[in-house]
Design a protein around this ligand. Sequence first.
Ligand SMILES: Cc1cc2nc3c(=O)[nH]c(=O)nc-3n(C[C@H](O)[C@H](O)[C@H](O)COP(=O)(O)OP(=O)(O)OC[C@H]3O[C@@H](n4cnc5c(N)ncnc54)[C@H](O)[C@@H]3O)c2cc1C
Length: 395
Amino acid sequence: MNIGIIGAGQAACTLIAELVRGQFAGKILVFNGESHRPYQRPPLSKTWLHNPTDTESIRLLPEPIETHASIEWIHDKVVSIEPDQGVITTNNARRTVDHIVLATGTRAKTLAIDGLPADQVHVIRTLSDAIHLHEALDAAHNIVIIGAGFLAFELASSLDHPERTIRVLAKGVRALPQISVKAADRLLEETPASIRVGVTIERYDQDSASLITNHGPVPADLVIVAIGARPNTELASACGLGTSEGIPTDALMQTTHPRVSAIGEVSLHTQPHLNKVMRIESISEANDSASTLAKRLLGAPEPFKATPWFWSDQGQLKLQIAGLAARNDDETCLINTQTERVVIRHNSDHVTAIEAVNAAKEFMAARRLFEQGPISRQALLQAGSVFSLLQSSRS
Ligand SMILES: Cc1cc2nc3c(=O)[nH]c(=O)nc-3n(C[C@H](O)[C@H](O)[C@H](O)COP(=O)(O)OP(=O)(O)OC[C@H]3O[C@@H](n4cnc5c(N)ncnc54)[C@H](O)[C@@H]3O)c2cc1C
């Protein structure tokens, strides 16, 4: 069987690596829509911005896999697919395969700001975006980041410099709304950015180099928009396989067409951890969905059953989250020392996520506990730490 993988990001590369290691018998055509070799995205908003010529440390595939004889790289954007015939078309090629894998990820949402040309509004999604941002930094003294999620505060830490003022503008009522107030407070204690919430942007004033907002002018000689991403579903939608929310799949990553699968953060499927259909943007989702598909293509299918996990590095602080909480889930602080903070997110006694700041051992224990089954908040509080509960569950 020959397969065509559209996209060469995290999910695609995990799939490629697992197929090569599993001695997949067919040919693997990979359509890379970008001009760069496959690279990791998480470093782009973190310390990599200090040394953007280093493309080696962010490589996604080791040499023997990238150049494996079963792989053919096609450096072109795919413009359409025909699932019934297995045809994949780019502007330069038309190839036929037995199975199509959509691993097209997401693209950054942007903002049209009256008075500010689109090419001066930065986003950070691709390596080209990160290089473009780095090139603009020398002349930037007043940096404004619009959006107040993980990406915004990672960027604020990475761009911190004595000659720069960094301001984060949030539309909502609080920064880092994805996580508990207690974990967010710990991260925000050390952010170099000043934060304004409840901000609406009206326009950009070129004369004063300021964003005009409902709170008055905000000096801005560099504007970065970090307000989330939207799924690249157009190829799938054109043949009835996608929605604006993502590409629906079953637990084996198969779409409603038997010759098409979808993996990574574009895929929309039941998350067993929450018993809810949703799209998740994280490395864990990219890797776990790709592994699920690899097993199926290698003839040993196993339904997707992973619990999601996330991380965010902000300066010296590392946030790690096991599980996924709804925004209105309750929060209880489990550990609060000078170095560590661990917060339980829960719905009554049912734990939905554990957020660990500079507490890697607790995070790892939380992942193991979620693998074993549901976690009780009461049991966690009695044990005093996630690690202790894990140990007692084993004895
Ligand atoms: C700056 C940044 C920091 C991040 N930090 C973290 C973090 O700390 N922790 C974490 O868990 N996650 C983080 N993420 C998210 C994580 O990188 C993504 O969840 C992950 O990359 C998703 O993998 P994917 O393969 O689904 O999509 P991607 O890695 O985005 O790959 C999709 C690929 O498809 C290609 N493509 C799209 N359309 C076409 C087409 N028509 N033809 C050909 N190719 C096409 C794209 O060019 C891209 O190469 C971060 C993301 C960014 C941008």
